[in-house]
Design a protein around this ligand. Structure first.
Ligand SMILES: N[C@@H](CCC(=O)N[C@@H](CS)C(=O)NCC(=O)O)C(=O)O
Length: 202
């Protein structure tokens, strides 16, 4: 049995999108980041970082949203897992690139522009994050101008991982990066993506 730890209102939305694509049934431990549920000794034994998502798959414990999605797609022989080694490597490249160049930056930017109560927002932090986001968006836009998908001829785990991480981008004005904007909308139009988003936003 697959058990998913983490609320859709966290990076777990990426895992929930993937299990929707794969049509997997699962048990959901719907815990928020930094909540009591992430502080229990039982949860810390699964994920000493205390973060979400974490999965348990018949006793196999895995954290890191990007790795979880690659594992699930490969295990279930999904066409979303690139079969060509070069496209597989591009999937790793883009997932790792997003984690390095955009993941924390876009979350922190969203926190300090919209998500946090106004009194807790810090414009200097938001500006510093935006200074990193802009060049990363330009790189992604250029790649998506050359090819409609990130790792091969079709939508794949690479697109799911990066678009899943850019959920905050759906509320941003991306008109300066039209290829990125079009790709993000296409990815989030998928039924499994919409279902995961609904779990997050209600
Ligand atoms: N690189 C990790 C990041 C996980 C992460 O930071 N999750 C956030 C929620 S979106 C969390 O649990 N934060 C709690 C904390 O930092 O203590 C992944 O992609 O799974």
């Amino acid at each position: 049995m697959l058990r998913i730890h983490g609320s859709a209102r966290s990076r777990t939305v990426r895992t929930l999108w993937m299990v929707g694509e794969l049509g997997l049934s699962y048990d959901h431990n719907d815990i928020l980041p930094r909540s009591e549920g992430t502080r229990t000794p039982e949860y810390r034994a699964l994920n000493p970082n205390g973060r979400v998502p974490t999965i348990e798959d018949d006793g196999f414990v895995l954290s890191e949203s990007m790795a979880i999605n690659m594992y699930l797609a490969k295990k279930h022989n999904s066409p979303l897992y690139p079969s060509d080694p070069r496209n597989e490597a591009l999937m790793w490249q883009w997932s790792l690139w997003e984690t390095d160049r955009l993941d924390r930056q876009i979350t922190t930017y969203a926190n300090h522009t919209t998500a946090l109560p106004e009194a807790q927002r810090d414009k200097a932090i938001a500006d510093a994050m935006w200074a990193e986001i802009e060049p990363a968006f330009a790189i992604l836009d250029a790649a998506l101008t050359r090819s409609p998908w990130l790792a091969g001829p079709d939508f794949s785990v690479a697109d799911l991982n990066v678009a899943g991480a850019l959920i905050r981008g759906l509320a941003m004005d991306l008109s300066r990066w039209p290829a990125l904007a079009g790709w993000l909308a296409r990815c989030w139009e998928r039924p499994a993506a919409k279902a995961a988003r609904k779990m997050r936003e209600g």
